[in-house]
Ligand binder design. Sequence first.
Ligand code: ATP
Length: 432
Amino acid sequence: MEKEENKLMENIVSLCKRRGFIYPGSEVYGGLAGTFDYGPLGVALKNNIKNLWWKKFVDGRDDMYGVDAAILMNSSVWKASGHVDTFTEALVECSKCHKRFREDHLKEKGKCDDCGGATGDAKKFNGMFKTQIGAMDDSSATIYLRPETAQGMFVNFKNIVDSFHPKLPFGMAQIGKAFRNEITPRDFIFRVREFEQMEIEYFIKSEGWEKYFEYFRDEMLEWMESMGIDMNKVHELEVLSEDLAHYSKRTIDFEFDFPFGRKELYGLAYRTDYDLNSHKLDYQDEETSSRIVPHVIEPSFGVDRTVLAILLSSYKEDTSGDEVRPYLDFKTSVAPVICAVSPLLKNKPELRDYARVVYRNLKDEFGRVMWDDNGNIGKRYRRQDEIGTPWCIVIDFDTLTDDSVTIRNRDTGKQERIKKEDIISYIKEKMD
Ligand code: ATP
């Protein structure tokens, strides 16, 4: 079973590189651990995820305010939030091979995962990247790359209240990069040093926080399902009170059965009034005419872990004869390419010209449309299957006389003949 799971991970990593989804970062210089570069299809997949998230959690509601805060912030933010003092991990080093690990990630406490050597005493290690701002190299100019997007919202709480006068409950939402100096980045894009988060800070009165917590738990489950994430592999972990972060009164981790184990995909936390208190921010409550400190429910989503969970949920293989056909059964809403258009033969101008017109029309309608005339038709189908394109449209000699095209379904491999003018409605009807 473990072998099979490793194979699945290998297949995904190699497909991502070969087909232009995700490349190792700085590869031509030997790489940089914990960084990855998204290629054209990876960006498209990620943008679809982020746009759908924004649509559901911001545009689709009237109580959510979007922000895009600066990554560089005054270091006082991180002092007040507790990150300077507490965003630490216990680091251990093997006395034999000198490899370093996060103590809580060791398979066996006190024993090196790699060589079995004894690990020494743990040292505290702050996970924030430090950098210098300005030309002066003195310590007063030390700042941090943000390790979460959340604080960028808290420090803008007053701005949003002053500009929009929202009534409680209301939320702030942000999508953006976060950086963590992970001791052992690993498992492809699962644990990286530079990643993206999609986070919501939902401000409420403390009474009845349970209701909002339950509400966002349902919203998160609904979101995962809409992404095509395999819900049989999603599990909720109620974080035990002794393991809760210092600011949290209740946290649920949504875990996913990754090939390398059951690990956190997303988190949902009740952060109480910790953050606004830390930044000395409050709110004028119209009902009671008094100043109160709102409490916070925080649904937190990692973009890269979403990408990985979708890839793992979508990867399928079927066999015809000796041939294995790998394909990604993406939902149309997340697929980097909705349909590909091909002339049956590359070197026939009459097929090519016709196909260009069809391609243009579809491109104007859907945007995510690919022109593909490389290799023979079988190769094109295989390539499109591997990148998860739901439909391939082929223009052949019959098209020239009857204006019909072949449309092939990725999951079944079945082909249908439809009229050129019906392509858009055909696809729209079947989009998921
Ligand atoms: P872990 O326990 O796996 O280190 P965490 O509990 O520290 O994760 P949070 O601080 O809750 O994670 O961050 C919110 C979300 O950001 C996570 O649910 C995950 O999706 C994403 N995330 C956190 N760290 C990383 C990372 N190093 N690489 C990729 N995504 C990450």
